[in-house]
Design a protein around this ligand. Structure first.
Ligand code: NAG
Ligand code: NAG
Ligand code: NAG
Ligand code: NAG
Ligand code: NAG
Ligand code: NAG
Ligand code: NAG
Ligand code: NAG
Ligand code: NAG
Ligand code: NAG
Length: 388
């Protein structure tokens, strides 16, 4: 176990807990068909933005005096997110209930996160971080079907604003805090796990895509910190990890699980190309979030499943429902809004059946995204071409 970057207090907690050993829950093995839920971009509840007086006045004075403002505070002044926070918090709760209904109906056995677990600047190993973890995750997803559900976790851009302190808290500490929070056992932000059925296996590789984006290496970016600087220099570590894991796996299905989109209706993150070419070489499947909507894209014979709609949906992220090209097979958005929802995958030896559950988006001022039976999938497709 790597203790070097942890504080003495964190280290002593880790040592104390390691006596009882961290035991993250995993999905049951041996099913003929295993159903999992995929979603991300959800963790709004309990976020308290920085106050206007600081953001609009004090911060400018400090900047004029050449005083460095912590990225976390700049991010907590994000004007868009400040406008969204009240609705976003309510929508996270409504969507958690909706996911609970869908997953009860479909008998989900695990949740696969595509990141952005805690807006706006992540969580760290402080009382504040623990309170946010309890509020936005532990208590949000605790009832009914969620009670014993393993979550296979992944980092998004909001999770890394605090740098190494935020990354370590989610990857090294939280697995001890709650058995449902599975980040593997290596304490690293990239990791792999298998889901094992009666006569099939699926290999998942989780990558921290934050490390790949050159835009995050600008010194004006709120994502520019010692963690992203280090792992950006080191992207070959994650590329090799994906390549080696996929090459050594004989699984029927191979998935890349990460936050940012290579295929998108708003920004294609082409910096991810080295990862995608490995997925293509193995006939793999990509699961991602970041765009706050649900979509299905196909590029170069590869399926991209976007499920970033468990918090604050944004129509523009799915180009208001208008396909930019034949690669866009489904977009859960219209001129008014994108819709909340999730993706389920029924994995078996013969196919991966992918279903998009899209919530009827009723607002005070009308039904902005009408779905007549929102416990039926709005869209589905089937993958039968096995990975290699
Ligand atoms: C739900 O899925 C689990 C895991 O595959 C299985 O063991 C269980 O029998 C299923 N329950 C129902 C009611 O289908
Ligand atoms: C801040 O730094 C800039 C460039 O380094 C310099 O031109 C300016 O005089 C400094 N301002 C103050 C108030 O120190
Ligand atoms: C796996 O088991 C199921 C159920 O017995 C069967 O229908 C299917 O053909 C098997 N798949 C393979 C690849 O043997
Ligand atoms: C930020 O980067 C720019 C250009 O890359 C450079 O000119 C500037 O000095 C840098 N600022 C700081 C504070 O490092
Ligand atoms: C790069 O990764 C290697 C292997 O995981 C690690 O030993 C090294 O410290 C990393 N370097 C940076 C700058 O993060
Ligand atoms: C992946 O590994 C294979 C050998 O197993 C190697 O030939 C190939 O160049 C590697 N690809 C990348 C993108 O690293
Ligand atoms: C993303 O790539 C696809 C396929 O090359 C292209 O059709 C589409 O316009 C791109 N999307 C954006 C937002 O640039
Ligand atoms: C499509 O896949 C081929 C073969 O795997 C690869 O050489 C090519 O670069 C890919 N093209 C795009 C646009 O991703
Ligand atoms: C958006 O509105 C325009 C005209 O107001 C219409 O032509 C278009 O089909 C609408 N798009 C969607 C996705 O609803
Ligand atoms: C918040 O929700 C209300 C009620 O549905 C809606 O009228 C308003 O436009 C929403 N505000 C934002 C910023 O989305």
């Amino acid at each position: 176990m790597m203790l070097s970057s942890l504080s003495a207090a964190a280290a002593s907690l880790l040592l104390a807990s390691s006596v009882s050993a961290q035991k993250s829950l995993i999905a049951p093995k041996g099913a003929e068909v295993l159903t999992v839920a995929v979603f991300g971009d959800y963790g709004w509840t309990g976020w308290i933005p920085a106050p206007d007086h600081f953001c609009l006045e004090v911060m400018l004075e400090l900047q004029a005096a050449n005083i460095t403002i912590p990225n976390e505070l700049i991010n907590d002044c994000d004007p868009g997110d400040k406008v969204f926070v009240n609705n976003a918090t309510a929508l996270q709760t409504d969507t958690a209930n909706y996911i609970g209904q869908v997953c009860t109906m479909k008998n989900c056995s695990a949740i696969l996160s595509v990141g952005d677990n805690f807006y706006d600047s992540g969580v760290d190993f402080t009382t504040g971080g623990i309170l946010r973890f309890e509020e936005a995750w532990v208590n949000m997803y605790s009832q009914g079907v969620f009670r014993d559900m393993p979550w296979y976790q992944c980092l998004g851009n909001h999770d890394i604003v605090k740098g190494t302190a935020g990354v370590d808290f989610e990857t090294k500490i939280l697995p001890y805090y709650d058995d449902r929070w599975n980040f593997g056992t290596t304490g690293l932000p990239y990791w792999t796990y298998d889901l094992v059925g009666s006569n099939w296996t699926a290999t998942f590789v989780v990558i921290d895509s934050d490390c790949f984006l050159s835009s995050y290496q600008k010194n004006t970016s709120v994502y520019f910190n010692e963690y992203t600087i280090g792992c950006h220099k080191n992207t070959s570590v994650q590329i090799d990890f994906l390549n080696t894991t996929f090459s050594n796996s004989k699984a029927d299905w191979k998935f890349l699980q990460l936050h940012h989109p290579y295929m998108s209706s708003s920004t294609n993150q082409t910096d991810l190309a080295p990862l995608i070419s490995i997925v293509e070489a193995h006939n793999g499947i990509v699961l991602n979030g970041h765009d706050h909507c649900l979509a299905h894209y196909v590029n170069n014979n590869t399926n991209f499943i976007l499920s970033g709609a468990a918090g604050y949906p944004q129509g523009g992220d799915c180009n208001n429902g208008i396909p930019l090209g034949p690669y866009a097979k489904f977009l859960a958005a219209n001129n008014n809004t994108a819709a909340n929802g999730l993706v389920t995958m029924d994995i078996s030896s013969t196919s991966v059946d992918v279903e998009y559950y899209v919530r009827d988006m009723v607002f005070i001022n009308g039904d902005l995204y009408p779905v007549s039976h929102d416990l039926m999938p709005s869209y589905k497709f089937q993958i039968t071409q096995k990975s290699t």
